[in-house]
Design a protein around this ligand. Structure first.
Ligand code: ZN
Ligand code: ZN
Length: 135
């Protein structure tokens, strides 16, 4: 991923972000909260250092408890409804950004599937990907 070109935003353009570092890890997540947040079978997201992200515009956060006892804050654009980025109180230095918000989503390169145990029978992801089921 060309580091100077990692940028993205929501559907209406009110929120934009730019990254000074490449993603640390990319994944699909099939947990139920990600299904609800995306309205689909899974979220596709990547992790970046929070300090590497410059965000402009007002991200609205919906807080919910995670199974691990942390607070997950699901960030979205209140104007257009696009899911953009999550925070997790257990990992305060990280930001979890939804892949298709990238200006060039082809760069997304998932390395694992999370919460595959919660997958819907109609949701197909690359079967070669490693499956993680955090407890
Ligand atoms: Zn928007
Ligand atoms: Zn999830």
């Amino acid at each position: 991923m060309a580091e100077s070109q990692i940028s993205g935003g929501c559907a209406c353009g009110a929120i934009r972000y730019a990254l000074s570092e490449p993603p640390q890890f990319a994944f699909h997540c099939q947990c139920r909260p990600c299904q609800r947040a995306t309205g689909s079978g899974h979220a596709s997201a990547f992790v970046v250092a929070k300090d590497a992200a410059t965000v402009t515009g007002d991200v609205t956060f919906f807080d919910r408890p995670s199974d691990a006892g942390n607070t997950v804050s699901q960030g979205f654009c209140a104007a257009c409804g696009s899911p953009l980025m999550n925070k997790n109180s257990g990992h305060p230095d990280s930001l979890y950004i939804h892949a298709a918000t990238l200006d060039d989503p082809r760069f997304f390169n998932p390395g694992a599937v999370l919460f595959n145990s919660a997958a819907q029978p109609w949701d197909f992801v690359d079967p070669a990907l490693e499956k993680w089921n955090p407890s």
